[in-house]
Design a protein around this ligand. Structure first.
Ligand SMILES: [Zn+2]
Length: 286
């Protein structure tokens, strides 16, 4: 366990670490803090320091992205809320900002963000980093080309040279690509030595293995193996989920990036990060 600017970062080498952590007293404290939050007047508001604007803000939490599980419980998605009223970015984006802030300290650097038409891009631009943002605009588009002023990139085949950026940030994208390992390796390739990468995605720690929901057939069409699940897409419509990622995905990442990746879970009262189901890969390079 490690504290980074008031954020508790818990690292898991393998599933057994998670099993131990999930039954620890730290988790009981986290869960009771979450329960307090959802029992407070709706929508709940808590003061915390925003890693993007750096100010004390009232973060607003709600249950609007939470859903009922098949067993009748509630799966809270608190990291999708907890928005800073000034930056208009949620807890997950603020966490990436916390990591960038701790990495760059008072300096600024070149940052690649796999989004362009979002509040997060606008908020990060305001900090003064040299920011490049792209969107996936469709499989008929050419990576690296601009369409109506927006760069198109397929995260599994980035057109940037090796070591192009001092930081890469890719939030909740890799579950939407057919080859999530290729995406992580590409993000690591374009990272420069001494840089930091933050890759978040829904992770399913109680599963043994990744559940493949759909795949791309030889003719390029999508074959659904399970009922289709879509997440919100800033460009409109929905983004199809290809994989419910689990420990076998992490094992593959670890094998390919020996020593240069960490799988972490995080939370913070001071910076208002709640929700047990939040995991991220933190990438580094020598
Ligand atoms: Zn803010």
């Amino acid at each position: 366990m490690k504290m980074v600017d008031g954020v508790e970062i818990i690292e898991f080498r393998h599933k057994e670490d998670w099993v131990d952590y999930a039954s620890s007293s730290s988790v009981r404290i986290r869960r009771s803090a979450e329960l307090e939050l959802i029992r407070s007047p709706y929508p709940a508001s808590l003061p915390g320091i925003c890693g993007c604007c750096g100010k004390l803000q009232n973060m607003s939490f709600g249950t609007w992205h939470s859903r009922l599980t098949e067993r009748g419980g509630i799966e809270l998605a608190l990291s999708e809320t907890g928005s800073c009223p000034e930056c208009r970015i949620n807890s997950r984006m603020r966490f990436a900002s916390d990591i960038l802030r701790s990495h760059f300290a008072e300096t600024r650097g070149s940052v690649y963000l796999t989004e362009r038409k979002t509040n997060f891009f606008t908020a990060l631009s305001a900090i003064g980093h040299s920011l490049v943002g792209s969107e996936f605009l469709g499989s008929d588009k050419n990576s690296g080309e601009e369409y109506d002023g927006i760069i198109h990139q397929d995260v599994t085949k980035l057109t940037y040279p090796e070591s192009s950026f001092q930081a890469v940030v890719c939030l909740d994208v890799v579950e939407h690509v057919h080859d999530p390992l290729a995406a992580v390796l590409e993000l690591h390739r374009v990272l420069s030595p001494g840089g930091v990468g933050i890759v978040t995605f829904p992770f399913f720690p109680y599963q043994e293995r990744t559940v493949v929901r759909c795949q791309i057939k030889d003719d390029g069409t999508v074959e659904h193996l399970l009922p289709a699940v879509y997440h919100g897409n800033p460009l409109g419509g929905g983004a199809l989920v290809f994989n419910d990622l689990s420990w076998d995905f992490w094992e593959k990442v670890k094998e390919n990036l020996v020593g240069y990746c960490r799988l972490v879970n995080y939370w913070s009262l001071y910076r208002c990060h709640f929700g047990m189901n939040r995991f991220a890969l933190i990438l580094s390079k020598k």
